[in-house]
Design a protein. Structure first.
Lengths: 163, 141
């Protein structure tokens, strides 16, 4: 009964947490950042996970909570297109049974597909997370590792395994 | 820190990944897979250590026992001026449990299994933090 009183921001934050835990489990030993200013301060990535303690593949997630607006979802996918990441995901929470048109998920050159993550809430209020569409790797220049090294050196992750 | 043998390093990091992910999966039902969890934790660290050693020296050491692998990692840390030696301690702890887990009749207690899981993850974190250039072949593959 309390869940219905949560604000949109609170619901989005719950989804961020659930997705972060999901990636933390799926990946090897990631560093996870919430609202990450990646690749620069003009854009915030809802959940950014850099695998292998910040030395590996970059995973970027855009959270969409409580909307079935095709325009907004398409915009979210477009926004992901500008983010340098090896794997990109759209995470849907409280979007009823909305299914993403898979054609919009592919990179223009076909090298990469945005994955779709479904966040679901059961009657007890517990969240579960699963892939509805698995991601395909995007092509990136290896110079991105210089950028990510600077990024991870400049801030503490929200979640990590400490050595 | 250049990688002397990127392909072989990648083969070892792949093995380390498989062991680590298997460990995480089985750890969800630790009572059913206790010994498997422990062994996968230990082997994930052994394989990642092999990746570091082969990446830096160009060859994998042949050891009378696995404790020598930790000694070699310790030497590599000194050679490459890696001052943080936590990873060597994690590896030593895991290697010290290998015979008990794999060959002896005694079972690993709950605390030791959990410690093995934690230290395997910590060893991976340490390795990727301090040998990132050597191990980055994975991400570039």
């Amino acid at each position: 009964m309390y869940r219905q009183m949560l604000s949109a921001t609170q619901q989005e934050s719950r989804a961020k947490n659930a997705v972060a835990e999901f990636l933390f489990r799926e990946l090897i030993v990631p560093k996870v950042f919430f609202d990450a200013p990646w690749p620069n301060g003009r854009k915030r990535v809802d959940v950014l996970a850099v695998d292998r303690s910040g030395s590996g593949e970059i995973h970027a997630v855009e959270i969409m909570a409580g909307t079935n607006s095709l325009t907004r979802i398409r915009q979210a996918v477009d926004d992901l297109g500008d983010i340098p990441a090896h794997f990109k995901y759209l995470a849907l929470f409280g979007n009823k049974n909305y299914r993403v048109d898979s054609r919009i998920l592919y990179a223009p050159d076909g090298l990469g597909r945005v994955g779709v993550i479904q966040v679901k809430e059961d009657s007890a209020g517990d969240l579960s997370v699963e892939f509805s569409i698995r991601p395909e790797r995007f092509g990136l220049n290896s110079s991105v590792f210089e950028m990510i090294d600077k990024f991870t050196a400049a801030r503490y992750p929200n979640i990590e395994i400490r050595p | 820190m250049n990688n002397a043998t990127p392909i072989t390093t990648l083969q070892y990091t792949d093995k380390a990944d498989h062991f680590l992910q298997g460990m995480k999966l089985l750890n969800d039902d630790v009572s059913a897979y206790r010994t498997g969890v422990g062994l996968l934790a230990i082997h994930s660290a052994i394989s990642l250590n092999d990746a570091i050693i082969v990446g830096i020296t160009g060859h994998r050491g042949k050891y009378e026992n696995h404790v020598q692998a930790a000694d070699e990692l310790d030497n590599i840390c000194k050679l490459t001026k890696v001052m943080n030696s936590k990873g060597v301690r994690h590896l030593r702890w895991l290697l010290a449990k290998k015979n008990r887990v794999a060959y002896e009749h005694r079972r690993l207690d709950d605390d030791s299994v959990q410690m093995a899981v934690d230290l395997a993850k910590k060893f991976h974190s340490w390795a990727y933090n301090y040998f990132r250039e050597v191990l980055r072949v994975q991400a570039n593959a």
